[in-house]
Design a protein around this ligand. Structure first.
Ligand code: PSU
Ligand code: MN
Length: 304
């Protein structure tokens, strides 16, 4: 990489980029703000191993001491998983962390920006941010949606997190021209649950078809990303009615505590983890692993 490159790849990622080999981007906010230590670290390491099993190279993205890193080694993942006061970076503040020499974890939006900068076209996460319940008064809409509209990366997730208003999230994605593709499903998954009661706009059942769809969008000059929604397997999924009780309780706790802005999603995830006696975390880990596997298969299919 020339000194002018705006990011620093790991040796593995640099080699894969040079060889044109399949790479899967992974985010770091899920590690620092989405799960407690030590499960966050075990999840991050397992997800990387799954991507490798499928024949792709994992690239976990973060900013460390102002350096935009694409691909982290074991020690660096450990440092991130145990660090305190890590910034949560989105489009608005990714460059702030770089300019001020800070350490920050990248959200879906910031990870997409970094992936596209490096030429990585596939990214796996748990659940994207979206339109929050009550957004008509709070105006809380995740920057992830806007990023999907503008940045050409395939994002594999288990839907938007079910703490959100999923119907409004789908409406915004449609308005902004983001395809939402159900992988093997006609129904939008609801993160910890397989079902949301909402139809998914498009459906494709294989990694090759998903890769082909994004290639066709590119040929037609249609910019922007694609959202692939992958339902969690039935063994790990939690019935929607159970989850709804935890969400309702967590939302009222957040309101009572005056939580706003970037803190909302991490607060709700942590509260639901407590209310569910850890069940939500088990489901969250299982769905991230499944999404990483599918993303790696899509990355491999793009290279065929
Ligand atoms: N998926 C998970 N856990 C998470 C996230 C995704 O399973 O914590 C993170 C992603 O980084 C996503 C962020 O971008 O939650 C959404 O935050 P917000 O609602 O503040 O935009
Ligand atoms: Mn928000």
């Amino acid at each position: 990489m020339s000194p002018a490159a705006p990011f620093t790849p790991s040796a593995d990622v640099a080699a894969a980029l040079a060889a044109g080999a399949p790479i899967v981007a992974l985010e770091s906010t899920i590690i620092t703000h989405g799960m407690p230590y030590p499960r966050n670290l075990a999840m991050a390491e397992r997800v990387e191993a799954i991507v490798r099993e499928e024949g792709a190279v994992p690239a976990t993205i973060a900013v460390t001491d102002g350096c935009l890193r694409i691909g982290l080694d074991r020690d660096e993942l450990t440092a991130l998983a145990t660090a305190r006061d890590v910034l949560k970076l989105s489009r608005a503040d990714l460059a702030f962390a770089v300019a001020t020499g800070r350490t920050g974890a990248t959200t879906v939006a910031a990870t997409m920006i970094a992936a596209a900068l490096a030429g990585i076209g596939v990214f796996a996460t748990g659940g994207i941010g979206g339109v929050h319940r009550g957004a008509e008064t709070s105006f809380d809409v995740s920057a992830d949606l806007e990023e999907l509209a503008r940045t050409p990366v395939i994002v594999v997730c288990a839907g938007a997190k079910a703490i959100l208003d999923l119907q409004k999230t789908l409406e915004v994605l449609e308005t902004r021209g983001v395809p939402v593709v159900g992988h093997g499903t006609d129904e939008l998954p609801a993160f910890w649950s397989r079902s949301s009661g909402l139809p998914v706009p498009l459906r494709l059942d294989s990694p090759a078809e998903i890769a082909g769809f994004q290639a066709a969008r590119k040929r037609l000059g249609i910019g922007g990303g694609m959202l692939v929604v992958n339902p969690l397997d039935a063994a790990h999924a939690i019935p929607r009615a159970r989850v709804d009780d935890w969400i309702t309780a967590a939302l009222s706790d957040a309101e009572a505590a005056g939580i706003a802005g970037k803190a909302v999603t991490p607060f709700l995830l942590a509260r639901i983890f407590e209310l569910s006696d850890g069940r939500s975390l088990e489901a969250n880990i299982a769905l991230v692993e499944a999404n990483a596997r599918l993303a790696a298969r899509i990355a491999v299919a793009r290279h065929r």
